[in-house]
Design a protein around this ligand. Structure first.
Ligand code: GDP
Ligand code: K
Ligand code: MG
Length: 271
């Protein structure tokens, strides 16, 4: 059987390590990421040794400011795991989804594991319509509790199903004007970048992210891209990186409005 790597990614304290321990049992390899004192843990999926689970450091974003962000980003972009299990703290869904959108932009197929189901039920603030969330994002969503060991089999089944039949998933679609700028940048880099990573690099170039400086662009390509960014900044009257941040927040707001049912809304609708 072909070996494949599944990365565990999510915000700090979303439950990655708890889930990692459940998925891998005692079959763990622990070391450090090269050059930094950030712990690196990998292991093989219980009963499925062909699937390697890689625990990634917890981060809130894929910009390249902290060692955790750099490690996570380099792993997803350069090592290209076959899948991501994105662990989310379901009691903090908005902030956690912000990171999910960035993970979806990498082009790596993703499964959302909505963790802390037990806490969500206990808090009774809101519930999440996971079917709708899965439909809107077009990615598999599984509600779990790593602490209470709930629905872990269901998650494992989904992971295995995806490795048997590798999938790619459409990325979130943002504001039309931003989308047209991104597709013009994609045209400029088409050919130097693999298809599944075109969107990632287009967004990073649009944000003027320094970590994509290694791309060997011609002077003409760079000028074209600069013009595209300038035009968008005038159109939005905003910095290009803020344009992207706002687009992600708008997207999440729409998703939340459709998928999160406040308990108070629910009781009101019942009366
Ligand atoms: P990481 O930072 O993403 O690796 O998160 P950890 O696995 O270290 O978990 C952070 C904290 O959340 C720990 O205290 C865990 O026991 C707790 N935790 C993890 N999963 C769950 C869960 O499903 N429900 C509840 N209530 N707590 C959880
Ligand atoms: K922790
Ligand atoms: Mg951890």
């Amino acid at each position: 059987n072909k070996q494949c790597t599944v990365a565990l990614a999510g915000n700090p304290n979303s439950g990655k390590t708890t889930l990692f321990n459940l998925l891998t049992g005692s079959h763990q390899h622990i070391g450090n990421w090269p050059g930094v004192t950030v712990e690196k843990k990998s292991g093989r999926l219980k009963n499925n040794p062909d699937i390697i689970i890689q625990d990634l450091p917890g981060t809130y974003s894929l910009s390249a400011y902290s060692p955790e962000e750099v490690i996570t980003r380099n792993f997803l972009i350069n090592d290209k795991p076959e899948q991501i299990i994105n662990v989310l703290d379901a009691t903090n869904i908005e902030r956690n989804l912000y990171f999910s959108l960035q993970l979806m932009e990498t082009g790596v197929p993703i499964i959302l594991a909505l963790n802390m189901l037990d806490l969500l039920v206990k808090q009774r603030q809101y519930r999440i319509d996971t079917k709708k969330l899965s439909y809107l994002l077009n990615v598999p969503v599984v509600s779990i509790s790593a602490l209470k060991k709930k629905n872990i089999n269901q998650l494992t089944k989904q992971v295995i199903a995806n490795t048997d039949q590798p999938q790619t998933y459409p990325h979130p679609v943002y504001d039309k004007r931003l989308e047209s700028a991104l597709s013009m940048i994609e045209e400029q880099i088409d050919g130097i970048i693999e298809a599944d990573q075109l969107r990632w690099y287009a967004i990073k170039l649009f944000e003027r992210d320094e970590a994509v400086g290694h791309l060997k662009l011609t002077a003409q390509q760079q000028t074209e891209i600069d013009n595209i960014i300038d035009t968008a900044e005038k159109l939005f009257n905003d910095d290009s990186d803020s344009i992207v941040v706002n687009a992600r927040y708008d997207y999440i707001e729409r998703i939340i409005n459709m998928c999160v049912v406040r308990t108070s809304d629910f009781s009101m609708s019942m009366s």
